[in-house]
Every structure is written in structure tokens, then in C-alpha cells.
Write a protein that binds this ligand. Sequence first.
Ligand SMILES: Cc1cc2nc3c(=O)[nH]c(=O)nc-3n(C[C@H](O)[C@H](O)[C@H](O)COP(=O)(O)OP(=O)(O)OC[C@H]3O[C@@H](n4cnc5c(N)ncnc54)[C@H](O)[C@@H]3O)c2cc1C
Length: 388
Amino acid sequence: MIRSGRVSGSEMKSFDIVVVGAGIVGCAVAREFARTGMHVGIVEGGVPGGGATAAGMGHVVVMDDSPAQLALTQYSRLLWRNEANRLPLAVEYESCGTIWVAADDEEMEEVRAKQDIYARAGVESAVLNAAELAKAEPNLRKELVGGLLVPQDGVIYPPAAAGFFLSEAQRLGAMLYHSRAVKASNGEVKLENGARLLAEHIVLAVGTECNLLPVLPVQRRKGHLAITDRYSGFLRHQLVELGYLKSAHKLISDSVAFNIQPRQTGQLLIGSSRQYGDEDPGVDSAILRQMLDRAVNYMPALARISILRVWTGFRAATPDKLPLIGPATGLSDDASLWLAAGFEGLGITNALGAARLLMDGLLNRVQEIDAAPYLPARMANRVVIAHA
Ligand SMILES: Cc1cc2nc3c(=O)[nH]c(=O)nc-3n(C[C@H](O)[C@H](O)[C@H](O)COP(=O)(O)OP(=O)(O)OC[C@H]3O[C@@H](n4cnc5c(N)ncnc54)[C@H](O)[C@@H]3O)c2cc1C
């Protein structure tokens, strides 16, 4: 039975835990707690899965910017793979693998360094030379020098995954409330109509929205994506230029990097851009042009394809590029508040790992990876980002 709740202004309902935000992270968290038999409330002010989750690319990828990022993405990818056989077809899970594409000898050195890091962590990967790269992806520019194939990375369709986790949580008894939370503190979430949801713990899984906890150290980082018409067989793997790592690290300036994904429909999802300080959700045609030119530079045949739709979304970036998972200690004295926020460009990948870490942490169970690098308390002494 699918459960949606309604409460009138004067009403009060009690739960073990209330999750604010039904993006992919909040839905995964809600399901994880519902599985333990806890009574879960979920509050969503918009469409479930309609925030950054609907705007994202759905690449489930192991990334190695830092040991902590590597640990969480590797753990999360494993959880996706463990669940792959029971995901509904609508989630479009495909273990297509990633190829990190090297444009020159310097980037080929990075390929080898990356492979070393992956090998030490037990992540399968294989170096491709120019001929092997051309064979794997015939539409790439011929002058490229090689790449790193990471065969167990995958892709999903994120809003469908969020919807699946939510429906599972509801099947296990969780109640969804369609309302904005206007206050969340001291074990009480207040809805727009004045109704109150009480719980020992509140999890804020609010994406880029910081109004419930304005000290949340999260900045909005805009991104563009474009989807094409159907071109079956054009692309087999998710391709990412190695220069992506350099551009994704730029904290101030706008950047674009070649990143392309095959969809089960035969469509190609082309990304991506990163911009701070642009709060306009509209498409920035100059950045879009740069992004598409970059894609054509890597795959010349893209110049002849037709694009059906272009959109933008906002990533929730933290100062150290790691998410905030755990009690809000250090940001708030309120012991009832927990966070699952700040996932920047990896929230689709990390949703399952974050949900598991949060649940194990809250129930004092042994955590399968060290949760310390993601604890919000690490932000206590850092400069607080002021939100308008
Ligand atoms: C262009 C782009 C490409 C990306 N590509 C990838 C990728 O390939 N792989 C990857 O892993 N990640 C990717 N990401 C990142 C990923 O999309 C996000 O990290 C992830 O979707 C975050 O999920 P979330 O649940 O935290 O946030 P959201 O999906 O934004 O969900 C938060 C929800 O909280 C609700 N909410 C907020 N405040 C309140 C309130 N007060 N009351 C009630 N409800 C509230 C909102 O309505 C929203 O639905 C990409 C992001 C972008 C923008």
C-alpha cells in the first residue's frame, strides 16, 4: 500500500525519524530506516526526485579526488551493484563502464597514476592504448592517445531510482507528506499549514536548500546537460575526459569538460559545466556552446546530431568536496538534527552509501567504511558560508 499522509494545521504525528527532502538521498535514507522497522515520516515540498536528482546525469562512478571520496564512491557503487538485479527496468541500470579519455602524453601519465590508485583500492580497471580506445569507442577523435577503462561503473535514470526507493519505504510503512518544512528543530518538523511531525531524529536531506539550517556549508554549483535524439550504437561507455578532473577542481572559475553517457533509449546525454555564483536556472548559451564545442572536439560526429533538450541543475558543493553525513554536531547544538547533504556531483552515486552510513551511525552499528571524513562536525571551525 502506498502511504501519503495528510495532517491538518492543529494536528501532531509521531515518528521514530522524519526525513526532510525526497531527492534520491532522502528516499534512500527513508528506505534504509523503514527496513529496520522504524516508523518513518518523509516531507517533500516539491516533486519527489524533482530537485537536483532530476537534473543529474546518473553516472554511478568511482572517483579518487581524495581517499575519502574513493572509499565512499567505491562502497556506494558496490551497493548499487548488489541491488542491480532487483531495480525496476524504469531505473535503466546499465553496467556500461567508464572510460577516462587521455588527450595527450601528460594525461596518459595520469591514466597510469589513476590505475595505480584503483589497483591499491581493489577497483578493477584497464589501461587502453590509442588503438584499443578507438576500437572501444569508434566515434572518438583518432588523435587521442588512450584511456582508462573502469568496467564496473554504471549509469541509472535518477528520478526513477528515487521513486523506487520512496515506494519501497512507503511499502514498509513510511508516510510521505507533500509540504515544505518551515522549521526543523528539537525533534519537531513544522509543515506549512502549522501541522507538526515529532521524532527523536530529523534527517535534513534538502539538497541545495539551506533555510532550515542556514549555517549549512553548502554552495550552489550550476551545471548544464543536453540530451540528443536516438543514435543507437553510437556510444558504448560513459566517457569522461581526464581534463574533467582539473576542471571539476576549479573552485572559482566556470568550467566545462567532455562527459557523455549512452542511454538505454539510444539517446546520448552530454555534459557538463560547473559554475559558481550564477543563480539563474536558465540556460547560459555561452557556457552551453563551450560545452558542446568541447564534446565535438572529442567526438567530431556529434556535430551532426540533433539535440532535443537542454537543462540546468544545481549541485550542493561543500568547501572540502565531501558530503555531510551524520549528526549536525558542530553546526548546531540540536541533538535531534542529522544531515545527509552536500553531495555535489556525486549524490546519485553516493546515495546508497550515505543512507547505510547514516543508519548504522544512528543505530550505533558497526559502519562498513570509516564515517569520520563525512561527519558534519569537521566543519565546526571552518568559515561559515552565508546564505542569502
Ligand atoms: C548537471 C548535473 C549532473 C550531475 N551528474 C551526476 C552524476 O552523473 N552522478 C552523480 O552521482 N551525481 C550527479 N549529480 C549530482 C546529483 O544530481 C546530486 O548530488 C543529487 O541528486 C543530490 O540529491 P539530493 O537528494 O541530495 O538533492 P535533491 O535531489 O535536490 O533533493 C532535495 C529535495 O529536498 C526538498 N526540500 C528541500 N528543502 C525542503 C523543505 N524545507 N521542505 C520540504 N522539502 C524540501 C527539495 O524539494 C528536493 O526535492 C549531478 C548534478 C548536476 C546538477
